[in-house]
Design a protein around this ligand. Sequence first.
Ligand code: TRP
Length: 482
Amino acid sequence: MIEQREHWGSKAGFILAAAGSAIGLGNIWKFPYIAGENGGAAFIFIYLICIALIGLPVLIAEILLGRTTQRNPVGAFKKLSGKPFWVTVGSMGVLAGFIILSFYTVIAGWSIGYIIEALKGSFSLFSDPSIASSYFDERVSDVSWIVGYHTLFSILTMLVVYAGVNKGIEKGSKIMMPVLFFLLVLLVIRGVTLPGADKGLAFLWSPDWSKISGQSVLIALGHAFFTISLGMGAMMTYGSYLSQKDHIPSAAIQIVFLDTLIALLAGVAIFTAVFAMGQDPASGPGLIFATLPVVFAKMPGGVIWALLFFLLLTLAALTSAISLLEVVVAYFVDERKWKRHKAVLIFGFVTFLIGVPSALSFNIMSDVHFFGKTWFDNADYLASNILLPGGGLFISIFVGWIWGFDKVLTELKKGSESLFDNYPLVIKAWKIFLKYLSPVMILIVFLHSVGLLESAMLQFRTSWVMISLALTAVYLLSKRSK
Ligand code: TRP
């Protein structure tokens, strides 16, 4: 017998689960340092534009695909098109979920590991970042440490998804997301009340327009995609548990708002503490796993703050990881008629196994290169640079051009009649952004990330010339086809 498809118990449940997917390592770890490195408020400004003009329209499109078809990404494209090409696009999504999860659990494992390190008092020895960073190097070169926490985090992810959409994902998100928010607010208050916090605020909030180039626009857009979990059908899958009466645009706005708010607050919490404790803001994994431990070591009551911070990071990662596993599980449940429990156990375990070489890429397999990169870097590259932007491109093309825009609007209108009646312009704007702006911009990011835009073209002026040319071309083509 086929199990009845579950639905979210409430709209708030959906919003918290989807915000949980969106809010992850991307917000707490990556956003603060890319914002800091790329011109602070100037970058944040560009990022907000990318989120509003491209991220939000594509998010609405993804949720809509899911709700209309009540299917995983493969099933959704099968139902609406049936063409092998589009079904492949759906499969790419499931594959991306698989691959991202396999290395996401490794990094998230470090976060659990650092909760334990904080408890053990390891940070109290850190008088400067070089000590903290060699301690970090020692931890990740310890195979049992890194694989152990990867295992632990994978099990936690499986437990939540195993319990089901309502009893696992929804209930878990309803508990974890408020806790996450509360922890972050505490950390922000701690950060801004430290003497010298203003230097951190200045680092994050003073706009340095000279750092803005075509490159930073691409970084902003790429991150906008990753941070809202777009491009592989995670939001589609979550949307597939929505009922027809829910207002998709309003849910999407709330998800994007929460995601952005948390990223900005994380930036404030981290940089106020880093600058107040007289540290340099490092980039990459170093910011969280080398700089912050030193910051905590120097702070009064640092053990507690360290504990709260790594708990925050772990919760954020967990609510994202479950959305990744859910995509894979939904595929096996919908398309292959597997029982949820079997799909979770088997594919949770398989993703765990594929993640092991990613964990080993930091130690015994660090010299084993495929295509010039470690296993971990390959997995990250394949997912973040190829599958996600590729998926995002095809999703926006599908909804904008292939599905049939009348049908798209009929579906979108369900639950959001008032928006259509009162703000028809908003709907028009959505259509234009989705049909023209998103595909062109995502294509540019995609070409860039697979290295097809030579570095010369990444200069500020060249990029804008290209963007305008591409926009004009699409405009002319669409006029001709009318
Ligand atoms: N959005 C999450 C973050 O910011 C990561 C993530 C979860 C994700 N699910 C995804 C990214 C699906 C792309 C697609 O960390």
